[in-house]
Design a protein around this ligand. Structure first.
Ligand code: AMP
Length: 590
């Protein structure tokens, strides 16, 4: 496809988007009608709709639910019951979401048509980008993309992550090659199940093609930074491979080795010298622009919990390469795109695509007070997509073709404006999540349960845990959870804290954190060992004084279970007497 054809394709995509957003109300009505027509016979919907396909009946009768209601249906499908209990279409895979329920990942049903919807959203990204950045078809993208391990249910349905599903699909593998989806990483390397080998090869390809690379990125900022940190550790090996024209023997995956042959056909000492000069003799601040001199932007999710990585990315980019967030999506459904991709990451708003699913919103009336999972949300409280109000906060609720009905996604969003009839949302937070480094999402209750289990180890050894709080430390790569603990001895003359005791506490906390956390630690290696920082007596009183002086009410004061303010963190760090890390990875099985 040449530049002219690409231009036409771009205009078509943007025109379609225009129509869709102008006719948002109709598009949403149509989606809901189609979902009801297709799924009316399902056991779930018939309970509330008595086979009606009337959208008003849906709004009146179908309850707003959380995963606990969906889970028994997913369990039945996993053990071989027919998909028709929730959907009119066959459930072809279960998508392992990063949200968890009782420590286990939530599994979202998916039908084959969902891949078309995801592909549609992806197909808008380059036409939108191209409106703001020219010449993107004249080079390549070094996007660091990875798959995760997958399993099968007893009935043989694949259980995998939504991105793994997409990268393994014909929609991705048989994509029409055009100038906009010209990636440096071969598909075989993206599909390599060993993420270290995959990362090594993807970086190698990007370095070999450094003069052609116009875009850098990964899905999440955490994965991009982990790859850059990997480069920092392994650049000598990578440069050596380029110098001698031979792939490091640590890459053992046959598909990767085969796919890499073309990249290292001949020794390239000139390129190796250039790279050695940049990586070995210069500062790493701003290194991305030196390694990839023609790069026009870096793309990754940098909103929500990923915002914590903005400073680190600015360090490596030297603050001179635009950071771009293009889309907002989940395993339940893809949601929307950023129509102003060059805005600052802190100003990003996502425009919801009204053809992805049927969207409704729970107004958060007390500003940001978020309702609990257990709290029943009245059907009449929900607001439809086109009726949300600028400035207000909402929790997102979706109804999908694959069998989620009025399902609370758990994301809190704020309306910042409208594009035609479609609202644009700023991502505010994930309901209840207090700690997150990569795809892990730990809420207050999970943290509390884990700490409660670990503190018994202290109590058996004559110590009690007086107070604790936590902090996601992203100054290390990968980032890690830090717990501040104030500990008191319960008997006279007890010896100083035994490091082994505190290390046992660290691992005990990790062992009882959820499946995704343990996977990130033990398998993906995207989260580092948990650290306990013991603070001196009175440290939490000083924290309370500080927070009260900053406006917290002394009567209602509760120790925050996660520290957000810089001053509070500084204060606690100044009172640390010792620090301990988990001595090993927590247990995790696929
Ligand atoms: P998962 O179900 O594991 O795919 O995770 C989906 C969740 O990741 C969403 O519900 C959001 O909480 C978060 N997420 C996805 N995209 C973004 C984004 N662009 N900005 C902020 N958070 C996001």
């Amino acid at each position: 496809m040449d530049n002219n054809e690409l231009g036409c394709k771009r205009n078509d995509a943007l025109q379609e988007l225009e129509m869709l957003t102008v006719n948002a109300k109709e598009a949403q009505q149509l989606i809901l009608t189609k979902i009801l027509e297709s799924n009316q016979a399902s056991e779930y919907l018939s309970k509330f709709m008595n086979r009606s396909t009337n959208t008003s009946t849906f709004k009146r009768n179908v309850p707003v639910v959380t995963y606990d209601v969906v889970q028994p249906y997913i369990a039945r499908i996993s053990t071989g019951e027919d998909s028709s209990i929730i959907s009119g279409d066959r459930i072809v895979e279960l998508l392992r979401s990063s949200g968890t329920s009782r420590g286990e990942p939530r599994l979202m049903p998916a039908i084959s048509e969902d891949l078309d919807r995801r592909t549609y959203l992806y197909s808008l990204l380059m036409p939108i980008m191209n409106k703001y950045v020219s010449g993107l078809g004249e080079g390549k993208a070094m996007y660091l993309l990875f798959v995760k391990a997958e399993t099968l249910t007893n009935s043989g349905i694949p259980v995998r992550s939504v991105l793994t599903s997409y990268y393994k699909s014909p929609h991705f593998l048989h994509r029409k090659h055009d100038l906009y989806n010209n990636y440096t990483s071969p598909d075989e390397v993206i599909l390599c199940p060993d993420s270290q080998q995959s990362m090594y090869c993807q970086l190698l390809c990007g370095l070999v093609e450094r003069q052609h690379v116009l875009r850098l990125g990964a899905v999440f900022a955490s994965a991009f930074l982990r790859s850059i940190s990997f480069l920092e550790q392994h650049w000598c090996d990578l440069v050596n491979d380029i110098r001698i024209g031979k792939l490091n023997s640590n890459v053992t995956n046959t598909e990767c080795r085969l796919a890499m042959e073309g990249f290292l056909a001949l020794p390239n000492p000139e390129l190796a010298d250039e790279l050695e000069e940049i990586c070995g003799h210069g500062p790493w601040k701003g290194i991305l622009g030196r390694l990839w001199p023609n790069v026009k932007y870096i793309e990754a999710v940098l909103t929500g919990t990923m915002a914590q990585y903005i400073p680190m990315l600015e360090f490596y980019s030297g603050g001179r390469i635009p950071l771009v967030c293009t889309m907002y999506a989940s395993s339940e459904s893809y949601f929307g795109v950023n129509l102003r991709p060059l805005c600052k990451p802190t100003d990003v708003s996502y425009t919801i695509l009204p053809n992805m699913a049927y969207f409704e919103f729970i107004p958060l009336e007390d500003g940001l007070r978020v309702t609990d999972d257990e709290e029943v949300v009245g059907n009449d409280k929900l607001v439809s997509l086109v009726d949300v109000k600028v400035g207000c906060y909402y929790e997102l609720v979706v109804t999908t073709f694959s069998g989620l009905y009025r399902y609370r996604v758990g994301d809190v969003l704020q309306v910042t404006g409208f594009y035609n009839r479609v609202p644009q949302f700023k991502f505010i937070c994930r309901r209840n999540v207090i700690l997150s480094i990569d795809t892990d999402k730990t809420n207050e209750e999970d943290l509390h349960n884990s700490v409660t289990r670990a503190k018994k180890i202290l109590e058996d050894r004559n110590h009690i845990l007086l107070e604790y709080t936590s902090y996601p430390d992203t100054s290390t790569v990968p980032g890690h959870y830090v717990l501040f603990w104030e500990i008191k001895s319960t008997c006279e003359g007890v010896k100083p804290l035994d490091p082994q005791l505190l290390e046992s506490c660290c691992i005990s906390v990790e062992e009882s954190l959820d499946y995704i956390y343990r996977r990130c630690r033990a398998h993906d290696k995207s989260v580092g060992p948990l650290e306990i920082r013991v603070v001196e007596a009175g440290a939490f009183d000083a924290l309370m004084d500080l927070l009260v002086s900053q406006g917290s009410s002394i009567n209602q004061y509760k120790t925050p279970r996660c520290i957000e303010s810089g001053l509070a963190l500084k204060l606690l760090n100044s009172k640390v007497t010792a620090s301990f890390f988990s001595p090993r990875d927590p247990e995790w099985t696929v």
